[in-house]
Design a protein around this ligand. Structure first.
Ligand code: OMP
Length: 282
């Protein structure tokens, strides 16, 4: 990886998963969760919520995924909380995947990449989510900056929501689905990198089994949709088959609902992680 200033993201993620198990917990301060935690809808409460999750989980799980929208809703005060969450979670040893789902023309993509993937940026994370629906090629600046800085990019392929089906399963002229073409493009970027490349894909735990061929991806698969959206840890085996070792399961509400008790949050995360580890061992 020429020009990389440190280990590539694929290796950093593989190391984190080996040390802590495969799990990504979303930090999503939904209004309903704030209420369940007896918190009001204010930047101070969002900080309390998110920092409790960081305290409980940043030393425990491989990846934390703050969802930017829940912070942006409070304007600059919310974004200041997000900056603190990202920095403190990273300082405590978790990889931080900032969920922003950005996608734009190439020149603007450079600006997004500088905002999240440059070490000096106030919101510098370890990886971001991006949308390829302006064309996978439009993501090139973000993929390049991520590679240079040892960071990762997770590209939406087959999302967990039911509304994605029509667009993402549409067949292209050569017969491949749009979603498969994203997986294949990510695989081309990752080709030859060991243990895997820095471009992951997002494929929901709720999609049909065997819908996508990940055999040439050589990268991680972020799998949201557990719990609140109907997916189960057991269904991950059916959906992803032999690609299961590449899967990073995501859960937010299912774990966050066990707060605000720190020990409760930790044991809820451990339960999902251990259930997934048991699936891997089958
Ligand atoms: O990129 C994502 O993280 C994502 C992609 C997708 O296809 N589906 C999906 O639910 N997500 C995110 O994953 C999280 C899932 O939250 P829960 O349904 O509460 O576990 C949310 O932050 C979603 O925005």
């Amino acid at each position: 990886m020429t020009g990389a200033v440190r280990s590539g993201f694929g290796k950093r993620l593989a190391d984190a998963v080996r040390a802590r198990g495969a799990l990504c917990v979303g930090i999503d301060p939904h209004p309903s969760l704030l209420q369940a935690w007896n918190l009001d809808e204010s930047p101070g409460s969002v900080e309390r919520f998110a920092m409790t999750a960081v305290e409980a989980l940043a030393g425990e799980v491989a990846v934390l995924k703050p969802q930017s929208a829940f912070f942006e809703g409070y304007g600059s005060a919310g974004v200041a909380v997000l900056e603190k969450v990202v920095a403190e979670a990273r300082a405590a040893g978790a990889l931080v995947l900032l969920d922003v789902k950005r996608g734009d023309i190439g020149s603007t993509m450079t600006a997004y990449a500088n905002a999240y993937l440059d070490e000096n940026a106030p919101l510098a994370a370890d990886a971001v989510t991006v949308s390829p629906y302006l064309g996978y090629g439009s993501l090139a600046p973000a993929l390049g900056i991520a590679e240079q800085t040892g960071r990762g990019v997770f590209v939406l392929s087959r999302t967990s929501n039911p509304e994605g089906v029509g667009l993402q399963r549409a067949a292209q002229s050569e017969g491949r689905t749009v979603a498969q073409s994203i997986v294949d493009a990510a695989g081309e970027t990752n080709a030859g990198v060991e243990p895997m490349g820095h471009v992951g894909v997002v494929a929901g735990a709720t999609i049909r089994s065997g819908e996508l061929d990940f055999s040439r991806l050589n990268g991680p698969i972020l799998a949201p949709g557990l719990g609140a959206q109907g997916g189960t840890v057991q269904s991950l085996r059916t959906v992803f088959g032999s690609a299961l070792p590449q899967v990073l399961p995501v859960t937010a509400r299912d774990v966050l609902g066990s707060g605000p008790d720190v020990a409760g949050l930790r044991s809820a995360a451990r339960r999902v992680r251990d259930e997934f580890a048991a699936q891997l061992a089958v």
